[in-house]
Design a protein around this ligand. Structure first.
Ligand SMILES: C[S@@+](CC[C@H](N)C(=O)[O-])C[C@H]1O[C@@H](n2cnc3c(N)ncnc32)[C@H](O)[C@@H]1O
Length: 297
């Protein structure tokens, strides 16, 4: 599999330059560093746009990585689909050895008593629960703060036997952890069709495919008579606000929500929005500039 560490680039690398609105700089930079490429440089263009430059080894499927970036820009509503191509420029750069940077990219992630690693990583974590994630096109290797906050919130809130909806499942990482902690049934949904096979593959690898099923789509896939004890969604602020009424309709009385992907500067806006919609006890967890909301009824 092409993503494995330990390779030297024999044919140089591809420089990828993206131009995106300044307000999305942080989330896109995080995504690129953690999921796609190395050597990120950002440059403020005019106070409204930012250029992000990164490098993908030529022998690491640069075409696939660019598709991954494009899909992310579209799915996270950073650029409209018809404008994405003109906001991405690529250039071949001469040979360089990327091995060290590459290995750094896929080191295991340890979060409290949980370790997340790739299938080829031989590191042992005798005292920890282990999730194995095959890094592919889908988001969710455990490196991003928003994922880590959700994992911590799940550990805190999950009661064995709960029925769970994971909206924006990506690699399936959150569902897999919920299954390991005793959830009885989990539906994972994602609008990215590439995410679903990756999530199901990861479910098999982690022996939870009897509990966790992933499907392509969003809240329209949720049966109107099907209610959940817990809804988990790691999207972005705009996505959460847009889907919030659907979440309320799918939540069992007494149910909980875990909502992540929110920046600290969006806190008062989101808190006011939630309070206007329903009466929840709200707890906010924070890691760096990222927030995760736990809503309890
Ligand atoms: C930030 S990733 C989260 C992945 C994983 N759950 C995690 O926590 O690491 C957000 C995911 O939500 C998906 N997504 C974005 N908008 C969505 C929507 N309206 N309905 C379903 N999935 C959506 C994206 O395709 C992406 O896989």
């Amino acid at each position: 599999m092409s993503d494995r560490p330990g390779k030297k680039s024999g044919r140089g690398y591809l420089e990828v330059a993206l131009t995106i609105p300044l307000q999305h700089e942080e989330i896109v930079s995080d995504f690129i560093i953690e999921e796609v490429a190395f050597g990120l440089v950002t440059e403020d263009l005019d106070g409204e746009l930012v250029r992000i430059v990164c490098y993908v080894p030529q022998d690491n499927n640069p075409g696939e990585k660019i598709e991954k970036i494009k899909r992310y820009l579209f799915l996270m509503e950073i650029l409209p689909q018809d404008l994405i191509d003109e906001h991405i420029r690529t250039k071949n750069i001469k040979e360089i050895d990327w091995i060290n940077e590459y290995q750094k990219g896929f080191k295991p992630v340890v979060i409290d008593d949980l370790a997340i690693k790739t299938p080829w990583d031989k590191t042992e974590f005798p005292e920890k629960r282990i999730i194995v994630i095959e890094p592919k096109m889908a988001f969710g290797t455990g490196k991003h703060e928003t994922t880590q906050l959700c994992l911590r919130a799940i550990k805190k809130e999950l009661v064995p036997g709960m029925k769970i909806l994971d909206l924006g499942t990506g690699s399936g990482i959150l569902s897999i952890y919920a299954a390991m902690l005793g959830a009885s049934e989990i539906l994972g949904l994602d609008i990215d069709p590439e995410a679903v096979p990756n999530a199901m593959e990861n479910a098999e690898t982690n022996n939870v495919s009897d509990i966790f099923a992933a499907r392509t789509g969003s809240m329209e896939q949720v049966d109107k008579n099907n209610y959940y004890d817990m809804i988990i969604s790691n999207l972005i602020y705009e996505g959460i606000v847009r889907l919030f009424d659907d979440f309320l309709n799918a939540l069992k009385p007494g149910g909980k929500m875990i909502l992540s992907g929110i920046l600290d500067e969006q806190e008062s806006q989101l808190t006011d929005f939630i309070k206007a919609k329903a009466s929840f006890e709200i707890e906010i967890m924070q890691q760096n500039e990222w927030l995760c909301y736990i809503l309890r009824t």
